[in-house]
Structures are given as structure tokens and as C-alpha cells.
Design a protein around this ligand. Structure first.
Ligand code: NAD
Ligand code: UDP
Length: 321
């Protein structure tokens, strides 16, 4: 799809979602400025874009001010996996909160429309199911996940205050678990962990009894949703859930990964991390209504594409197989 070319800033652009977003925006004919401090992202994720004259890559930490001229901003900078965001929790909160203040300040100065990559984690361990955007959440403010959850909640607050106080055009996406090629192989998230373990013939580490649920969205669907949201009617700010409502237990996911890789790995059960949400499923009625968006890629198809990526790029072959 071609549209009027714009100059678009993607923060966190060398990460998993960011790299797919940069690629898609370039394909639509836009100029893309990708900003990243490479905490969890990699230059390799965008190496194939470096020769595109519309692409520019800048090492920068969003907790510092940024002075550039752009028409739109997608603010994705923030580690997303529990292992990485808990590694330096103070930096995680700073990235969400100072990063939001800096990017909102930039948007205000240049009159840019700005989209925030928020998260289903703003609902915490939800007491309503599936989660709708009017639910305020059940979040522990002082736990191990709080640096991420509360950081993202505060970023949403800042977005809406800039909107009300300064008339800024904002869009807030609450992203549910998304997976696909270019996930970090060691980032500890469940899909990448299970696929790497299965491909390398190691035990599959199910935390708790595996009865907790998640709903997994393939990356191409999520990118469609982010772009639809950015380009939605002026008055529509969100927050809007973006995710795939197909919910399954973590144990089911482990079995599906074993089946699709043909692995001989066995399941082992490890302690459930604290504050691990027991169930999560997006209600996407709002996204359907305002964006005409819904995910298209079934889990089996998305898993096959992701398995192919990890097999080709990262997995060491099973000994003696
Ligand atoms: P990711 O870790 O692959 O990407 C995050 C990127 O941000 C990385 O490239 C990292 O180096 C960069 N970054 C981190 N701190 C930074 C800083 N201070 N300054 C500049 N760059 C910084 O994660 P992802 O899955 O691509 O997630 C992207 C965004 O989407 C995040 O904001 C995340 O919270 C949100 N999100 C993702 C999911 C998901 O399932 N993938 C779910 C909910 C929300
Ligand atoms: N999980 C698991 N084994 C792993 C990694 C994660 O059982 O090796 C579980 C985790 O406890 C959680 C779910 O899978 O219940 C999703 O974890 P992830 O870190 O991917 O994302 P979350 O939705 O918790 O942020």
C-alpha cells in the first residue's frame, strides 16, 4: 500500500517489532529514522535496510533528548521480555517514563502524531476476562514486573495528559503477546524459549503447571494493526487492544511446538515467576470497529514461520540426531 511519503521516527527500531515496522514503512514509500540503544535490539535486525536511501539508523537512548524533524513517531523503545526488563529495572522505568516525556516533547515541538507501544501488562493479573480497554487493571506496584507494568501505565498517563493539555495527536496501542522471526533467541519469552529448546532437543521449561493462558499474535498482523492505528481518524486515540484472541494454555503451546518441530524434547516444570498473570486474552471489538483490523495468521502458520527462522539462524543441531 502506498501513501503520501512521510518522515517517520521509530524508536526501538532495531528490536523485534521495530525492525518489522521499519521494513513495512519503507515498503510503503516513507522515510524512516530508526533510533535504538541496542539494549535488546541488534543492528543485524535492520542490516538489510541499510542500503535503502530512505532509511537512517541512529544509536541513541530515548531517556536523553532527541532533536530531529519528523512527521510521525512510533515509540517502541523498551525491553519487552521479563528477563531483560528485570535485568535493570530502574533503567526500564526510565525508558518508559523519561522516554515518553522526551518523545512527547519532540512530537509537541515538531507537531508530529505519536503512537505509544503500550502493553496488555497494564491490566496486570486481570480479574476480568477477556480484557477490554475500560478495565483499569490489577497491577502490583512494587513487584518484579512493576518496573515494566507501572512504567507503561505512567507512559499512557503522560500520553493522555499531553493530548489534553497540549492538544497533541496521540495513539495508544495495548499490545498483547506477539511472536515471530527476529525475536531474540535468548530473551526468555515463551515462544522463543520453547522453539529453541525443541530445536536443540533440550527439555521444554514450562513454568508452574502450565495452566496459565496467553493469546499469541503473529508479527505481521500486529504491524498491520499499528499502522492502521497511526492512520486512524484524528479523534481516535485508543487505548486499543491489538492481539490475537485465540487463547491457549502454556502447556498446550509447548505441545504444539513439539508437534510442529518433530522434537523429542520432554516437558519439565519449573517454578512460576512471581506476579505471572494467570490468564490473558484481548477483547478486540474496539480495534475491529475503529480500525477494521483483526489478525489473520493462525498460530500453526505463524509458528512454522518462526520455527523456520530459529532453525536457520540460531539453533544448534541436536547431537546424534
Ligand atoms: P525488543 O526488546 O525486541 O525491542 C525493544 C527495542 O527497544 C530494542 O531494540 C532495544 O534495544 C530498544 N531500547 C530499549 N531501551 C531503549 C532506550 N532506552 N533507548 C533506545 N532504545 C531502547 O521488544 P519488542 O517485542 O520488539 O517490543 C517493542 C515494543 O512493543 C516495546 O515497547 C514493548 O513494550 C511493546 N510490546 C511488545 C510486546 C510483544 O509481545 N512483543 C507485547 C507488548 C508490548
Ligand atoms: N513461560 C514458560 N516457560 C518459559 C518462558 C515463559 O512457561 O520458558 C511462561 C511464563 O511463565 C508466562 C508465559 O509463559 O506464564 C508467557 O511468558 P512470556 O515471558 O513470554 O511473556 P509474559 O506474557 O509473561 O510477559
Amino acid at each position: 500500500m502506498k501513501s503520501t511519503p512521510k518522515r517517520i521516527l521509530v524508536t526501538g527500531g532495531a528490536g523485534f517489532l521495530g525492525s518489522h515496522l521499519c521494513e513495512r514503512l519503507l515498503g510503503m514509500g516513507h522515510e524512516v529514522l530508526c533510533v535504538d540503544n541496542y539494549f535488546t535490539g541488534r543492528r543485524a535486525n535492520v542490516a538489510h535496510l541499510l542500503n535503502d536511501p530512505g532509511f537512517e539508523l541512529m544509536r541513541h537512548d530515548v531517556t536523553m533528548s532527541l532533536y530531529v524533524e519528523v512527521d510521525e513517531i512510533y515509540n517502541l523503545a523498551c525491553p519487552a521480555s521479563p528477563v531483560h526488563y528485570q535485568h535493570d529495572p530502574v533503567q526500564t522505568t526510565k525508558t518508559s517514563v523519561h522516554g515518553a516525556i522526551n518523545m512527547l516533547g519532540l512530537a509537541k515541538r515538531v507537531g508530529a502524531r505519536i503512537l505509544q507501544a503500550s502493553t496488555s501488562e497494564v491490566y496486570g493479573d486481570p480479574t476480568i476476562h477477556p480484557q477490554t480497554e475500560d478495565y483499569w487493571g490489577n497491577v502490583n506496584p512494587i513487584g518484579f514486573r512493576s518496573c515494566y507494568d507501572e512504567g507503561k501505565r505512567c507512559a499512557e498517563t503522560l500520553f493522555f495528559d499531553y493530548h489534553r493539555q497540549h492538544d497533541l495527536e496521540i495513539k495508544v496501542a495495548r499490545i498483547f503477546n506477539t511472536y515471530g522471526p527476529r525475536m531474540h533467541p535468548q530473551d526468555g519469552r515463551v515462544v522463543s524459549n520453547f522453539i529453541m529448546q525443541a530445536l536443540e532437543g533440550r527439555p521444554i521449561t514450562v513454568y508452574g503447571d502450565g495452566a496459565q493462558t496467553r493469546s499469541f499474535c503473529f508479527v505481521s498482523d500486529l504491524i498491520d494493526g499499528l499502522i492502521a492505528l497511526m492512520n486512524s481518524a484524528d479523534g481516535f486515540t485508543g487505548p486499543v487492544n491489538l492481539g490475537n484472541p485465540a487463547e491457549l494454555t502454556i502447556r498446550d503451546l509447548a505441545e504444539k511446538v513439539i508437534a510442529r518441530t518433530g522434537s523429542r524434547s520432554e516437558l519439565i516444570f519449573e517454578p512460576l515467576p512471581s506476579d505471572d498473570p494467570m490468564q490473558r486474552q484481548p477483547d478486540i471489538s474496539l480495534a475491529r470497529k475503529h480500525l477494521g483490523w483483526s489478525p489473520k495468521v493462525p498460530l500453526a502458520e505463524g509458528l512454522d514461520a518462526t520455527v523456520a527462522y530459529f532453525a536457520q539462524k540460531w539453533a544448534k543441531p541436536v547431537q546424534g540426531a
